[in-house]
Design a protein around this ligand. Structure first.
Ligand code: TYD
Length: 205
């Protein structure tokens, strides 16, 4: 049995990751590929429970290190119980966010050291990396318009951080893509869902 392919969609808030994940899954299924779609934080009952603690925390919320540990713990369960077994069966796994969100948000946004985040990932998830990471990029004003339409002004504890935080997240993502062009594909997320989908397909071809 050949191991399946592991593809992550990454990017800031409102760039259209969920829509593109759905379109990509449909396109692959049409080609006869067995596809598992999932998201982070979440994907398993345990990781979804951690998601609720992260996005709607009690009290004053988590400090950056506790937050990074919780994301790594959620990911460990996700890899152990869902991603790993699916890949071993030969299925393709498409995930809405993965490790690079921790590197961009807890690293770029909150200032934790990238090497420490990678250490947590080795401890939690054996260092499993996607075969391809599609980074969707969109100008902040366009992303804000899409978010306003989607969330009607509601946001979660992390999405609601200030514009400076999200600018650091975006530049961290871009830097990772530049540093590792073999794993990352940068995709312009401006345009209709169909137009962006064609770019995503080209990026994983
Ligand atoms: P979600 O509602 O899934 O956001 P989006 O629709 O923008 O993908 O919430 C996930 C939030 O968690 C989002 O603000 C990004 C953040 N996040 C991290 O900070 N670190 C991580 O490792 C992951 C996976 C997500």
């Amino acid at each position: 049995m050949t191991r399946g392919r592991f593809i992550a969609l990454e990017g800031g808030e409102g760039v259209g990751k969920s829509t593109q994940l759905r379109l990509l899954a449909e396109a692959l299924r049409t080609r006869g590929v067995a596809v598992v779609t999932t998201r982070e934080p979440g994907g398993t009952p345990g990781a979804e429970a951690i998601r609720a603690m992260l996005l709607d925390p009690a009290g004053e919320g988590w400090g950056p290190r506790a937050e990074a540990l919780l994301f790594a713990a959620a990911r460990a369960d996700h890899v152990d119980r869902l991603i790993g077994p699916a890949l071993a069966r030969g299925d393709w796994v498409l995930t809405d966010r993965y490790l690079d969100s921790s590197r961009a948000y807890q690293g770029g946004g909150s200032g934790l050291d990238d090497a420490q985040i990678m250490t947590l990932h080795r401890i939690g998830s054996g260092g499993l990396l996607p075969d391809r990471t599609v980074l969707l990029e969109l100008a902040p004003d366009l992303a804000a318009q899409r978010l306003a339409a989607r969330d009607l002004g509601q946001t979660d504890r992390i999405g609601g951080r200030d514009a400076g935080y999200h600018a650091r997240v975006a530049s961290a993502f871009r830097q990772f893509a530049q540093d590792d062009p073999a794993r990352f594909a940068l995709v312009d997320a401006d345009g209709t869902p169909g137009a962006v989908h064609a770019r995503v397909l080209a990026a994983i071809a």
